[in-house]
Design a protein around this ligand. Sequence first.
Ligand code: PGA
Length: 253
Amino acid sequence: MRKKIVAGNWKMNNDREEAFKLTSEVTHMVEDEVKGNTEVVIIPPFVHISSTRKLVEGIAHLHLGAQNCHEEKGGAYTGEISAGMLQSVGCKYVIVGHSERREFFGEDHEVLSKKVDAVLASDMIPIFCCGEKLDSREDGTQNEVVAQQVEKSLFHLSETQIPAVVIAYEPVWAIGTGKTASAEQAQEMHAFIRKLIAEKYNQDTADKVSILYGGSVKPGNAGELFAQEDIDGGLIGGASLKSRDFTDIIKAI
Ligand code: PGA
């Protein structure tokens, strides 16, 4: 059975106090209500990872993630953070290739494939993001765009490695815009991504990969999205900053 995941990507938000408050509230809810094969992931900015760890440590179904990492193990890369460092402070997940990293920091297929390798080599789980921009959706080339992203950064992995990756489909036009892909549009793309994996590896392997949807997920639309056959949870941005909204989204899964 595939793992269900709700991950909250805080992006560059929350000071120390806010981080503490939000994490405490989410921790209480997860402790009381999350069961089965569901995992909740809190993904704060790097500086809050160690302090939030104190709150989430030992809570079943609750894990920490990071928003990015450098592809090298270490060295003279001022301002950067390696996968090994993140693992050593308690991260289980690392987002790789968020559209904001692609757009504002020029991350391309090649560097993202190296980041995926670095995360796996440190025994963590990459949450690999893919998704088309509005112009591709409008001219109907969304499948080609997503296939390229997935093939170029993930398909060098072996059949045993690929189920250790979580994929997040996040149409760029739906991120932070209030526009959500319809449940049908999202399901269609998730099924397409799973088919790509089945064609490259096999159906059994494809059925093991959790594929999350991201892009303006809110308490009001989470239930319908999560009910789709190939949608295994969500990567939540804005709504993960409000404990009430985030916990309502968790309840929806
Ligand atoms: P959003 O962000 O939920 O604010 O649209 C999602 C994301 O960027 O992961």
